[in-house]
Design a protein around this ligand. Structure first.
Ligand SMILES: *Cc1c(COP(=O)(O)O)cnc(C)c1O
Length: 350
C-alpha cells in the first residue's frame, strides 16, 4: 500500500485523504489504519461513525473525515471526538453549531458541494450567499470544501467540466485561499486530471492496488491475494457433469481439482460460466461449471504434478481483481468489499 500511496502523492501533487471506508475496501480497517499511521496522511476518510470509532479504538489518532452526510443522532459524538464532517445543508450546519456551542468548542467542518454526483452536498444554486449565511455560526470553522466525481473513469468531457465547475465554485465561495483544504479527486481523478487549486486528494481503490484506468495499472503494486487450496483431486471420465445445473460436462477424461472457496467467501457466483481462471503452480487453470457456496472445481489437466494441498491463487498478482470484476459483471470495489468474514486475513509488511 505504501508504494501506491507514494504514487497517489506524486500523481496528485497534493496531500492525501486515505479512503478506508468499508473496512478499507475489505482489507481490514484497523490493520490498514495502523499500517499507515507512520505515513504523511492528512485524513483517513470513512463512511460513518462506526468506522471512525474503530479507527480510534485501534489506537490510531490521525484526523478522521466522514465522507457522507451524518445522521443527526450521531453528531454529538462527532463533535465530542473531533471528527471532521462535511455539510450538505444549512440545517446540518446549524445543528453542528449548536452542539459545538453546548460542548464549549469550535469545530472544523468542510462544505460538500454537488457538482454532479447527486448524492450529497450543497447544490450550485445554493452557493451564492452561503458563506454569508454561515457567518453567524461562530462555532464552525469552515476549513475545507470538497466535491465528488461520478464519472472520472468513464466520461472525460463531463469530468473536465466538473473540474472547471469546482474551480468556479471556489471563486463563488470567496476564493481557494479561504479554505485550508480543497478536494475533488478520487483515484481516477487524480491519475488523469490536473489538480488545479485542489491541495488534497481522496484516493481509495488505487491504494489497494487496482487502477480504475487500465493504462495506469502497471504502476501499482498488488495488495490483496485471495488464496485457497486444492482439497480433492480426481480424474472424471468423459461425459461427467461438473457442479450444479451440470452446465459443464467433460468431453474427455479430465483432471478436476476441487478448491475450498466459493460465493460464501465472496468469490462471485456470477463468475459461473464466464471463463474465470485461477492460478496454480504458475499456470492459469479454468474454473468449471458453477461456483458453489464453499467450493469451486478447476481443470488442472495441464498440471501433471498438481496435488491435493496445492495453493490456489483465486485473485491477486496473477488473477487481477479487475479481471474477476469484469467477468462477474461488476467492479473491483464490489469484489474487494464482498470478501466475507469467513476468509481468514493474514497481514505481511505494509
Ligand atoms: C469512495 C470515495 C472516494 C474514493 O474513491 P476511489 O474511486 O475508490 O478512489 C473518494 N471520495 C469519496 C467522497 C468517496 O465516497
Amino acid at each position: 500500500m505504501k508504494k501506491n500511496l507514494r504514487l497517489a502523492r506524486e500523481a496528485s501533487g497534493s496531500e492525501q485523504m486515505v479512503v478506508v471506508k468499508a473496512g478499507a475496501y475489505g482489507h481490514g480497517l484497523e490493520e490498514v489504519a495502523r499500517a499507515l499511521t507512520g505515513q504523511d496522511i492528512a485524513f483517513f476518510g470513512v463512511a460513518n461513525v462506526g468506522e471512525a470509532r474503530r479507527i480510534r479504538n485501534a489506537g490510531v489518532e490521525k484526523p478522521i473525515y466522514l465522507l457522507g452526510p451524518t445522521w443527526a443522532a450521531e453528531r454529538e459524538e462527532i463533535v465530542a471526538r473531533g471528527w471532521t464532517a462535511c455539510l450538505s445543508s444549512m440545517e446540518e450546519a446549524r445543528h453542528f453549531n449548536g452542539l459545538a456551542a453546548a460542548a464549549g468548542k469550535r469545530i472544523q467542518v468542510h462544505l460538500a458541494v454537488d457538482t454532479g454526483m447527486g448524492r450529497g452536498g450543497f447544490l450550485t444554486g445554493q452557493l451564492p450567499g452561503l458563506m454569508h449565511a454561515l457567518e453567524p455560526l461562530k462555532q464552525l470553522e469552515i476549513e475545507g470544501v470538497g466535491s465528488h466525481l461520478p464519472s472520472a473513469d468513464e466520461d472525460p468531457d463531463f469530468t473536465r467540466t466538473q473540474v472547471a465547475t469546482f474551480h468556479e465554485i471556489l471563486e463563488t465561495l470567496g476564493g481557494a485561499q479561504r479554505f485550508k483544504w480543497r478536494h475533488l479527486l478520487n483515484s481516477a481523478g487524480l491519475l488523469d486530471y490536473p489538480r488545479g487549486a485542489c491541495n488534497l486528494a481522496r484516493p481509495g481503490l488505487m491504494l489497494y492496488g487496482v487502477s480504475p484506468l487500465p493504462a495506469r495499472q502497471q504502476q501499482l503494486a498488488n495488495v490483496m491475494t485471495l488464496k485457497s487450496r486444492i482439497t480433492l483431486l480426481r480424474t472424471l471420465p468423459a461425459g461427467h457433469g461438473v457442479s450444479y445445473g451440470r452446465q459443464f460436462v467433460t468431453t474427455k477424461p479430465t483432471c478436476v481439482a476441487t478448491v475450498g472457496i466459493g460465493y460464501g467467501d465472496g468469490y462471485p457466483r456470477h463468475l459461473s460460466g464466464q471463463g474465470a481462471d485461477v492460478w496454480i503452480r504458475g499456470q492459469r487453470c479454468p474454473v468449471l461449471g458453477r461456483v458453489t457456496m464453499d467450493q469451486i472445481m478447476v481443470d488442472v489437466s495441464m498440471i501433471p504434478d498438481a496435488a491435493e494441498g496445492d495453493e490456489v491463487e483465486v485473485m491477486g498478482a496473477h488473477i487481477p481483481a479487475s479481471e474477476i470484476a469484469q467477468k462477474a459483471g461488476t467492479i473491483a470495489w464490489e469484489i474487494f468489499t464482498g470478501i466475507t468474514p469467513r476468509v481468514a486475513r493474514q497481514y505481511h509488511g505494509g
